[in-house]
Write a protein that binds this ligand. Structure first.
Ligand SMILES: [Zn+2]
Length: 247
């Protein structure tokens, strides 16, 4: 199995993906000889699990390719964290980000809105629907907060911190700061939209930010994935793999 989207760029993943579990186990045993020390999250760190919801999984209305493959990875790394926060895209039934809300528009076209250019999406993550529910396979009972975003009808919010008008705060930065949390590890869907925008806003809010590449998958519309990684690198977001985290 070779990863093709949002993952698999590291040499280690390539080898494991190509050779299967037997070699993976061998590499796991010899890894300490050449790998950096794993990162051990402490009480000042939190794992943010972004939008692992049915609509974004294969079979969903806005499915991210291989989106389901990140769930076991996230379940595993969550064991290494004291603090875990989940986010949930949570739209009104006729949300402004839906193509169906704009006469004559199709999904993935754009529209000019007062806060800027909005990509139009298939209807997704409508409040209270099964599509908006968190993936059943997500198994993180310790998660201490679920923060919902995109619930204002006329403003989208890829970011878990700041809505697309770039003014309206979700309150999440304040939550972390009041809890003494300074370092965030971000995983989820999709790498090039809600993960990237959340990571970038987290940097702007002063947090140390890691994005766990193999615990994310991207949509990659018109080069958006490469641009997202470039923007995150420029902002000082650190790109790591799940195996870099001590569990
Ligand atoms: Zn949305």
């Amino acid at each position: 199995m070779l990863e093709t989207s949002g993952s698999g760029t590291s040499r280690r993943n390539f080898i494991i993906g190509a050779a299967g579990i037997g070699l993976a186990q061998v590499l796991g045993r010899i890894a300490p000889a050449w790998a950096a020390e794993p990162i051990k999250p402490d009480g000042t760190s939190a794992l943010m699990v972004v939008d692992v919801q049915n609509c974004f999984l294969p079979g969903g209305s806005l499915a991210v390719k291989e989106g389901d493959q990140i769930i076991p990875v996230i379940n595993k790394i969550a064991q290494g964290f004291t603090n875990v926060v989940l986010t949930q895209d949570w739209h009104t039934p006729h949300h402004i980000s839906f193509a169906s809300s704009h006469t004559g528009k199709q999904p993935f076209e754009t529209v000019a809105l007062p806060y800027g250019t909005q990509i139009l999406w298939p209807d997704h993550c409508v409040q209270g629907t099964e599509g908006a529910a968190l993936a059943k396979e997500l198994n993180i009972p310790k998660a201490e907060l679920i923060i919902r975003k995109g619930f204002h009808n006329d403003v989208d919010s890829y970011s878990a911190f700041l809505e697309a008008d770039k003014k309206t705060q979700t309150g999440l930065a304040g939550y972390f700061k009041e809890r003494g949390i300074t370092t965030l590890f971000v995983a989820g869907l999709a790498t090039d939209f809600c993960v990237a925008w959340s990571a970038l806003d987290a940097r702007r809010a002063g947090f140390t930010v890691y994005v766990v590449e193999d615990a994310c998958r991207g949509i990659d519309a018109n080069g958006s994935l490469a641009k997202a990684w470039a923007d995150m690198a420029a902002a000082g977001v650190k790109r790591i793999q799940s195996t870099d985290i001590a569990v």
